[in-house]
Design a protein around this ligand. Sequence first.
Ligand SMILES: Nc1ncnc2c1ncn2[C@@H]1O[C@H](COP(=O)(O)OP(=O)(O)OP(=O)(O)O)[C@@H](O)[C@H]1O
Length: 240
Amino acid sequence: MNDMSHQVPTVATLHFEGASVVHRGQVLLRPLTLSLSDERCTLVMGPNGAGKSLLLRLAHGLLTPSAGRVHWQGGAPRQAMVFQRPVLLKRSALDNLTYALAVNGTPWQSRKNLARKALEHFGLAHLEKRPARVLSGGEQQRLALARAWLLDPEVLFLDEPTAALDPASIRAVEEAVRDFHRRGTRIVMTTHDLHQARRLADDVVLLHEGSLVEHSAAATFFTTPSSPTARAFIEGELVW
Ligand SMILES: Nc1ncnc2c1ncn2[C@@H]1O[C@H](COP(=O)(O)OP(=O)(O)OP(=O)(O)O)[C@@H](O)[C@H]1O
């Protein structure tokens, strides 16, 4: 997605400064120093248990580091997060969106109209009355993206949003991610899928066993990774 990175407005830089996560004496994320700047699409990669979700939770402020700090230079931007298993309310698809707008302070007169537009944008218009929790995995993921879309985030965090989806749904989610990016939203997304990372990433963060292994431009990462661990990961030899 490099071609788009010069067309979008500047977003604040996110700094991790020696940020670590320790739980009951166990180090889950070793002190991490990393800056995410520019209007990029950053893919956070690594085997199971590497610490990708922890990094994302720290970034979005859902988790406080045990030591060090995570902060936005230039003030925290408007941000949203989409999880692998979307958290949806026991309401219709439409009501999930109007509720998010209400929480966001959108005047009630315009909520339904905006929510319907978002449903349409994500190909869900025909499902507006269906309870959100009975939607298929792919539909739920699109509804979560529609909800994020309505909040017009400057930064969007996605935690393995395509992990349990079929190829068509994966394509739909990736297209939505590109759409967000075109609109100027900075993307930070975790994935296991090397092909997906090649399709989407401007830069790649590789974690392994709770440590940062590499942060480089996607072209560099995939062609000339600087560490043996990154090479092994790209070759599919780093299972965990
Ligand atoms: N609340 C918690 N309590 C104890 N251990 C945790 C907690 N959250 C995460 N961990 C551990 O921290 C490590 C990193 O977890 P994390 O979810 O960040 O991995 P991940 O890279 O996202 O893995 P996956 O690809 O499997 O989703 C794992 O070993 C996990 O078991």
